[in-house]
Design a protein around this ligand. Structure first.
Ligand SMILES: [Zn+2]
Length: 345
């Protein structure tokens, strides 16, 4: 199954698809997810909080509502003592995503991610991972999703298992790699080569998500775009990564013990930087342009508008001409006030 004739393929054929993720990060900031475990317990504990964030991303222009089942797999739920709620959490997550997607004609994606249970040196772990993906995606398929997003894959081997399980369920899959290393997956495949292999196995979309900010993801994704025939995705984190600190995990700040994951704020990209990324990615030929951990609805709206769209939240997009100091009333203000506000006349 390549996704041909699917709702995802139809949407990709219409032009750039805008994605919005980072649910776990944002709900942690809002007090509904525990950092460290990062299990989306809010799906059952505070479903309204999940629905609200879906709706904010939808209003900001996201074309896909991603069911919040990231890390909602058996091993993780066992670790937090909630294994008995595994099925309920997975089903509820898809229902919440579907409910909001229906408000704006968005697609619905089921979601699996790296499990931390896979070991390429231990063949038995592949079966453990396969069983976890099969139950998660089986429930997602049963509740009704348009496609699967298998993401933050450290290992090509684990990504291929997610792809196979999706295909067995008849669901198109977008498979994106984590890029914590400089050039290779944790099982030793060059990122571009890994994407070619995933495409060769029938992934509808391949690419990268998370870890890297726009500056360090774009050059890699440009090489992927050149070398694969299928659709390509790029969903960076909105953080100012650099050549010397290419990932959010490797960012360092003076006087800060650890930047990732709780002290990333000073590295945040502005809405304008994410808008520039969206245009740059589209111009490279990236088909699925999105944003990952750290995303806020203001980023997503700016990306949507940079791609030429007017979205529901555009009703409240900035009109700085209405600002009492920065707007059209500026000439009537005291010059000292204007200087203090950094306004040049
Ligand atoms: Zn992320």
């Amino acid at each position: 199954m390549t996704g041909t004739g699917s709702a995802l393929a139809d949407r990709l054929a219409q032009g750039t698809v805008l994605g919005a993720e980072g649910y776990v990060f944002e709900l942690e900031r809002r007090g509904y997810v525990k950092a460290g475990a990062y299990v989306p317990e809010a799906v059952v504990d505070f479903p309204d909080a999940v629905t609200e964030l879906h709706r904010e991303f939808l209003r900001a222009g996201a074309d896909v509502m991603v069911a919040l089942t990231y890390y909602a797999h058996r091993d993780k739920l066992r670790q937090v003592g909630r294994e008995s709620e595994l099925e309920a959490m997975n089903r509820q997550a898809v229902r919440l995503a579907r409910q909001v997607a229906a408000e704006g004609g968005a697609l619905v994606a089921g979601n699996v991610c790296n499990t931390w249970s896979y070991d390429p040196q231990d063949a038995g772990t592949a079966d453990v991972v396969r069983a976890m993906y099969a139950e998660q995606l089986g429930w997602a398929a049963d509740e009704g999703v348009d496609f699967v997003i298998a993401e933050t894959n450290d290992y090509l081997g684990e990504a291929l298992i997610a792809l196979e399980v999706s295909q067995e369920l008849g669901l198109p899959a977008m498979v994106t790699l984590a890029t914590t290393g400089p050039a290779r997956t944790w099982d030793g495949y060059d990122y571009v080569e890994a994407c070619k292999i995933l495409a060769g196995h029938g992934a509808a979309v391949v690419g990268l998500n998370c870890d890297r900010g726009p500056a360090t993801m774009l050059p890699l994704v440009a090489r992927i775009r050149e070398q694969v025939d299928c659709a390509v995705a790029a969903q960076p984190v909105p953080y100012r990564t650099t050549e010397s600190s290419p990932t959010m995990e490797s960012l360092r700040a003076e006087g800060v013990n650890r930047v990732f994951p709780l002290a990333l704020d000073p590295f945040s990209c502005t809405r304008f930087e994410m808008a520039d990324f969206a245009v740059a990615a589209r111009d490279l030929g990236v088909n699925y342009v999105g944003i990952c951990c750290g995303a806020g609805p203001h980023h997503v709206r700016a990306m949507a508008e940079a791609l030429g769209r007017t979205v529901p939240a555009s009703r409240y997009s900035p009109s700085m001409d209405l600002h009492p100091i920065l707007g059209t009333a500026a000439p009537s203000r005291n010059p000292d006030v204007l200087e203090a506000w950094n306004v040049t006349r």
